[in-house]
Design a protein around this ligand. Sequence first.
Ligand code: 5GP
Ligand code: ZN
Length: 134
Amino acid sequence: MDNCIFCKIANGEILSATLYEDEDFRVILDLGPASKGHALILPKTHAANIYELSDELAGKAMILAKKMAKKLTDALNCDGFNIVQNNGEVAGQTVFHFHMHLIPRYKGDGVGLTWTPGKLSDEDRDDILHKVNN
Ligand code: 5GP
Ligand code: ZN
């Protein structure tokens, strides 16, 4: 993808603060961090979102997320960890190259990743089970 900033960063055409690199991925520090150590896992090949990502890279990305969560937690001594991945504008995606957010969490950090819980209605439960399982 010629005009994709994360393609350029992942492949080293644009310099970034890199925490890890292998043949498939680069892990960089987010320029607008939610917390100290907020990093992004970028595949080197372009996929706009999880729907376009290959099964092989999806599996490798999750294993890498686990490895980086441990590494960042040990290095930064954070108290918890969020892994977030947005797909589509309505879901908060702003850069349309698949990425996973690695967000170290610290007691009292005020990072807002929460939502107001609703209540699962019988109608929605039945509708979803019917649509997904048929
Ligand atoms: P999204 O909202 O698409 O899930 O996340 C995009 C993330 O990429 C944001 O957290 C934003 O701060 C980060 N970001 C956007 N442009 C750049 C950039 O050029 N370099 C880096 N390191 N992070 C970026
Ligand atoms: Zn891209």
